[in-house]
Design a protein around this ligand. Structure first.
Ligand SMILES: *Cc1c(COP(=O)(O)O)cnc(C)c1O
Length: 483
C-alpha cells in the first residue's frame, strides 16, 4: 500500500495531512519493510461533528470563565485574554531556544525587564527565571542553600524547620535535598510559635521555610524577630512566595529578612495554571546566595547586549532545559505593565478586602478557628456540620450543584475539616454575596437535610465518584473500547 488515503476525503472532511502529487507515491524513498501492508482505518469525522464534540467537552469543564473559583492557596484564577494574544505574537512564539543570542536580544530583554520588576517587588538582588513550578523553585532555592553551607565548610547543618501550616511541597523539597524536616508548632493565633522555634534552633539547622502570610491566610507578626533568631544561629530563611498577591507593593520578603524566595508566576502574575502547567516558579535571592544561582545567568554586558553567563564557578548547575517557560514570562510582564505600580498594590488591597468580607459574613455559619484579620485567604472548619454527619468533602461536592468551584479542602492540616477560601481581587461584591448565600444554604441543608448534602453532587456531568477506587483501578479507555 503506497497510496495515502486522499481518495476517501470529501469536502469538509478531515483525514490527516493531504499529500501533494510528489509525496503521494512514497515507494521511492521509504524502505519496503516500513510500508503498510493494509489500509489503515483512520477515523473520519466532519468538521461540524468535531467542533460539537470539543464544545460539549468544554462545557463540562468548570473554569474561571464559567463561574466563581474560591480555591485557596491557589491565587491567580485570572488569566487576562490580552496576555494570551501577546504571548502568541508570531515574533515571540516562533523563537527557538537554540537561536544565537544575537538573534534573540528582544526576547532576552523581555526576560531582563521582567527580572528587574520581580526583584523590586520581592526585595531581592538576584534572580533566575528557570524553575518551571513552585516546587521546582523550592528545590532550586534549597540546593543553593545547601551549596552555600558546603562552601562555608559547615557540614553540621542537616535540618530544615517547617511550620505545621506549610504547603506539602516544603517538607517534600527539604526531604528531596537530603535534609531532615523538623515541624514547628503554630500558636493559637495561627502563627509560628516562638517557643517551638527557639527549642529547635541550633547549629544543625540549615534553614527555615516559611510562607507569609501563611496558608491560614495570616500574616506572621513576629517575622522580624524570627529572622533575627534564625540568622543569629547562622541559618538562612527561605520564603515560599507562591501566592504573593496579599502583599505586593505593601511589604517585601527581602525586607522581612528572607534570603531566598520563589514566586509562582502562575499564581500571582496571571499566567494560567490549569492542567499542571507550564508554570514558572522563579527564584529571587540576596547577595549571600547569588553565587549559587543556576546557570546560565541572564546578564547585560557593558556593550548593552544581553548574554547567557555560564562562567559561574559556584553555581548549582543547570536545573531546567534552556531558560524557563518563555511564554509565561511574556504574560507576566504584560500583567505587570498593564497594572503598573499602583495597580499591583490595588490588586493586593482588593484581594485582602474580598477575603475579609467573606470571612466576616461566613463566620456565623461555619467555625472560624482563627478569628483574626486575614490576608488574601482564610480557613473555616466544617466541624459543626461534621456533627450531623456532613463532612467538608460533602460540603465541597454540594457547592458544585450551585455552580461554584469547591474551595481547597482538608488543608492546612492544622484545621480539622478545613475549608480554605480565596476569592481573589477579581470578584465583584455581587459575586461574593452570591457565594455567601450559597454557603448559607449549604450550611442550612447540612443541619436540616444532611442526606441531601451527603449525596451531592446531583447536577454535574459526572456524579459522585469513588476517588480511591478510581485511583487504584485506573481505567482510561474510551467509549466502545471500555470493558
Ligand atoms: C502552589 C503552592 C506551592 C507549589 O507550587 P507549584 O507550582 O504547584 O509546584 C508551594 N507553596 C504554596 C504556599 C503554594 O500555594
Amino acid at each position: 500500500m503506497t497510496k495515502l488515503l486522499l481518495e476517501k476525503s470529501k469536502p469538509g472532511r478531515i483525514c490527516g495531512n493531504l499529500p501533494t502529487e510528489e509525496t503521494k507515491d512514497t515507494s521511492n524513498f521509504i524502505p519496503k519493510e516500513f510500508l503498510r501492508s493494509a489500509t489503515p482505518t483512520l477515523p473520519e469525522i466532519s468538521e461540524v461533528d468535531l467542533i460539537r464534540h470539543f464544545s460539549k467537552l468544554g462545557r463540562k469543564n468548570f473554569s474561571i470563565d464559567s463561574g466563581f473559583y474560591p480555591l485557596g492557596s491557589c491565587t491567580m484564577k485570572y488569566n487576562p485574554k490580552i496576555n494570551e494574544q501577546i504571548a502568541r505574537i508570531e515574533k515571540l512564539n516562533t523563537l527557538h531556544p537554540q537561536q544565537p543570542e544575537d538573534q534573540v536580544q528582544g526576547a532576552m530583554e523581555i526576560m531582563f525587564i521582567l527580572s528587574e520588576y520581580l526583584k523590586e517587588i520581592s526585595g531581592f538582588k538576584a534572580i533566575t527565571l528557570q524553575p518551571a513550578a513552585g516546587a521546582h523553585g523550592e528545590l532550586t532555592g534549597l540546593l543553593m542553600i545547601k551549596k552555600y553551607f558546603e562552601k562555608l565548610g559547615d557540614k553540621k547543618r542537616n535540618k530544615i524547620l517547617v511550620p505545621d501550616t506549610a504547603h506539602g511541597t516544603n517538607p517534600a523539597t527539604a526531604g528531596m535535598c537530603g535534609y531532615k524536616v523538623v515541624e514547628l508548632k503554630s500558636n493559637d493565633r495561627g502563627q509560628v510559635d516562638l517557643g517551638s522555634l527557639k527549642n529547635n534552633l541550633d547549629d544543625t539547622v540549615a534553614a527555615i521555610m516559611m510562607t507569609n502570610p501563611n496558608t491560614l491566610g495570616i500574616f506572621e507578626e513576629n517575622i522580624l524577630q524570627i529572622s533575627k533568631l534564625v540568622h543569629n544561629t547562622g541559618a538562612l530563611l527561605y520564603y515560599d512566595g507562591a501566592n504573593l498577591n496579599a502583599i505586593m507593593g505593601i511589604v517585601r520578603p527581602g525586607d522581612m529578612g528572607f534570603d531566598v524566595c520563589h514566586l509562582n508566576l502562575h499564581k500571582t502574575f496571571s499566567t494560567p495554571h490549569g492542567g499542571g502547567g507550564p508554570g514558572a516558579g522563579v527564584v529571587c535571592c540576596n547577595e549571600k546566595l547569588e553565587p549559587f544561582l543556576p546557570v546560565p545567568v541572564l546578564t547585560k554586558g557593558t556593550n548593552k547586549k544581553y548574554f547567557w553567563n555560564y562562567a559561574r564557578r559556584d553555581s548549582i548547575g543547570k536545573i531546567k532545559g534552556y531558560y524557563g517557560n518563555f511564554g509565561m514570562f511574556v504574560r507576566a510582564l504584560a500583567y505587570i505593565w498593564a497594572n503598573g505600580k499602583e495597580g499591583l498594590n490595588q490588586v493586593s488591597q482588593d484581594a485582602v478586602l474580598n477575603a475579609n468580607y467573606l470571612k466576616e459574613k461566613l463566620k456565623e455559619y461555619f467555625d472560624l478557628p482563627y478569628n483574626i484579620e486575614c490576608m488574601h485567604e482564610f480557613v473555616l472548619s466544617g466541624k459543626r456540620q461534621k456533627k450531623n454527619g456532613v463532612s467538608t468533602l460533602n460540603i465541597a461536592k454540594r457547592l458544585l450543584d450551585y455552580g461554584v468551584h469547591a474551595p481547597t479542602i482538608y488543608f492546612p492540616l492544622v484545621v480539622p475539616e478545613a475549608i480554605m477560601i480565596e476569592p481573589t481581587e477579581t470578584e465583584s461584591k455581587e459575586e461574593l454575596d452570591n457565594f455567601i448565600e450559597i454557603m448559607k444554604k449549604v450550611s442550612h441543608e447540612a443541619s436540616s437535610n444532611p442526606e441531601l448534602v451527603i449525596g451531592a453532587p446531583y447536577n454535574t456531568p459526572v456524579r459522585r465518584v469513588d476517588e480511591a477506587t478510581a485511583a487504584r483501578n485506573l481505567n482510561l479507555c474510551w467509549g466502545s473500547s471500555c470493558k
